[in-house]
Design a protein around this ligand. Sequence first.
Ligand SMILES: *Cc1c(COP(=O)(O)O)cnc(C)c1O
Length: 228
Amino acid sequence: MHKIDDKLAKVTARIHQAATAAGRDPQTVQLIAVSKTQPAAAIAAAYASGQRRFGENYLQEALEKQIALQHLPELEWHFIGPIQSNKTRAIAEHFSWVHSVDRLKIAQRLNDQRPAHLPPLNICVQVNIDDETTKSGVSLAELPALITAFAPLTRLALRGLMAIPAATGDPAQQRKAFAKLRSALQVLNLQGFKMDTLSMGMSGDLESAIAEGATFVRVGTDIFGTRA
Ligand SMILES: *Cc1c(COP(=O)(O)O)cnc(C)c1O
């Protein structure tokens, strides 16, 4: 598992470099290790190297790994995959963050099902930043109405926005997409929202995302290797 340690160190160095280049404090960019399809042992290896935040896309798989790793303190679980309504209860019970909320009905269910003994569930709204027909996420046009409707949902903490832009190797195109998410957040905050989170950037584009203000980057492949 030395490999995971080396790869984590490389990703962390990239984050530091990108933040510094952008004139930002590297501490303001947090790394979510995306462990979907990876075994619990890979998460344990990353944990041994100091990683605490993990992102999962598939509920059943995530719950199994959470049970296998329940002896490890301070693990912070982020749900980042598409959400079906019949999965909201377990997500509300077993995660600290959900990055992929894009419908009011899902938000209402997460709110109603968040256990009383836990703090409010941290939420990012997923935005379909390039208006791709195949992708999850609310459009920029529908975003203000959606988050306005979250006002009564006091068991949720609306923290910010998440996006997965169309894949491109061109840094200028990457930055353009991330800039759209950044300015959407700024405009909404000027209208009275108090969001502090931009969840954007993955293995192939984290530098561009950090240049545009990412506070979480979600990195899988460059930590754990290619997925089966
Ligand atoms: C898989 C996944 C990632 C990680 O992507 P990599 O290219 O492997 O770094 C990030 N965010 C989401 C939502 C994902 O599904």
